[in-house]
Ligand binder design. Sequence first.
Ligand SMILES: *Cc1c(COP(=O)(O)O)cnc(C)c1O
Length: 371
Amino acid sequence: MTFPPIRPELAGIAPYGAPQLDVPVQLNVNENPYGPSAAAIADIATSVAEAAVTLNRYPDREFTELRTGLAAYLSRDTSTPVLPEQIWAANGSNEVMLQLLQAFGGPGRTALSFAPTYSMYPEYARDTHTTWVAGTREQDFSLDLDTARALIEEVRPSVVLLPSPNNPTGTALDPAVIDALCEVIGESGILVVDEAYGEFRRQGVPSALDALPRNRNLVVTRTMSKAFAGAGLRLGYLAADPAICDAIRVVRLPYHLSATTQAVALAALRHADELLGNVASLREERDATVTWLRDQGFTVADTDANYALFGMFEDRHAVWQGLLDRGVLIRETGPDGWLRVSIGTPAEMRSFRHALLDVVKTSARKAQENP
Ligand SMILES: *Cc1c(COP(=O)(O)O)cnc(C)c1O
């Protein structure tokens, strides 16, 4: 027995996380490259000062005001309004999804997704002793409805996790698939559509929020970490049937959302339009990046998110390292041969393009010298 006496299945496992390196161009964790506006910063500072006055007291455990604010924000985008009792929030949508597994997974139950997908999902399953099953996506990273249906009927999962757009591929889910999967899953499970990048979807691609009134077992998660330019704030949330929110209450830690988190999130919501103000230009930059990469002969997955998965590289690690040596940090993730780049400012994307061409040219020259 070695010390510390950790659960055997966790022994020797490296904690999840992209390298946090201090380099000039950081395009590795899909953050919004634009910081908050001066007006938002001022409102956040005032709100924190007001919250500080009562920091000797525990915060509102039910975060009522924040739930109302988040419901109003989501309702801007839906035909049927989302109600405050349909909202749950936690410290990032990762915590929201872990709580979902705590409440709806567990020993003897199964969580399911389709690879390649977000690498945190199997960790929620592991940490809650839930059996993990991963089906596969098609060659173009889309989800085939018949394949998905067959696997769901076979393993009868209590939680199905599907990001839309998918990370790391950028693929959005066909809205017809959502209704169909909710039906196959039935009342013995829930479908979690992880819309961490939902605000970046292309015009005309609907949100899964529209399917909520038709499906009691549907959960849509969102976050302030990406389009909302609030990765440092740690606020994620979901919209679902109120009974699902009630179930999460049983497993959440008391007062899990601090008074300062609630105050900052409310201030951020008041400045939603400013914080989301760069989404349109990030979308344009994304489309331009995809076009440029394809023009250079790279393969690029269709993307509705603020990143692009591109390849194929015989030695992707060498390309990743070559970019890093030139001050550009991207992400070595996804199936072998692919790399993922987050969409930054026009200047950052210019650096990325120059560095990538240089890396490719240098490696071609080396190959010629040492065939
Ligand atoms: C970034 C991301 C999240 C959001 O994580 P937070 O905990 O809210 O910061 C959720 N799902 C996917 C697929 C992501 O890429």
